[in-house]
Design a binder for this molecule. Structure first.
Ligand SMILES: [Zn+2]
Ligand SMILES: [Zn+2]
Length: 166
């Protein structure tokens, strides 16, 4: 068997493949980052939506750690960074939630999502007849038995030779 020098087919990949676009989640793959990246900027005018999308893209978007005070209802109901008006107010008054101006809203606020989560918990588990305790070790037992049989055969043979030897 010869080693065939010089007959090595090249499987190495191309050395430089660096045509990469800017990605803010290249090193930060956390759930927080993902959440911000997939965030829907609803209830905003075109300008404010673009500003926030730009902030998200270049890691300038800092999520709120606690709700801010709404400039309309004066409650701590603003849950989105850089917004000054809470979603219920912005929706009701048809204002941009960030600049507070009466502008055309790009993504309308989903009011149904703002309601309190009252999901009916009807998760009754009826299929409770799972088989348990079935141990699958028959194979192991079989191989053990084969070994035993072999030993037995050997013993019998030895016994016979011993007998005839006498
Ligand atoms: Zn409000
Ligand atoms: Zn705006």
């Amino acid at each position: 068997m010869s080693s065939q020098r010089g007959n090595v087919s090249r499987t190495r990949a191309q050395r430089h493949q660096n045509a990469q676009v800017f990605r803010n989640d290249k090193y930060d793959t956390s759930a927080q980052r993902k959440k911000i990246n997939t965030k829907l900027h609803e209830g905003l005018c075109q300008h404010c939506k673009e500003v926030l999308e730009w902030r998200v893209k270049f890691n300038k978007y800092k999520p709120l750690t606690q709700p801010k005070k709404c400039v309309k209802c004066l409650q701590k109901t603003v849950k989105d960074s850089y917004h000054i008006i809470c979603k219920p107010c912005a929706c009701e008054l048809a204002l941009c939630a960030k600049c507070g101006k009466r502008e055309e809203i790009v993504i309308p606020i989903q009011t149904s999502l703002e309601k309190t989560e009252n999901e009916p918990s009807k998760n009754e588990q009826t299929g409770n007849n799972r088989r348990s305790g079935f141990e699958d070790d028959n194979e192991q037992n079989l191989s053990d038995m084969e070994d035993e049989n072999e030993d037995l055969d050997l013993l019998v043979k030895q016994h016979k030779t011993e007998r005839t030897g006498i």
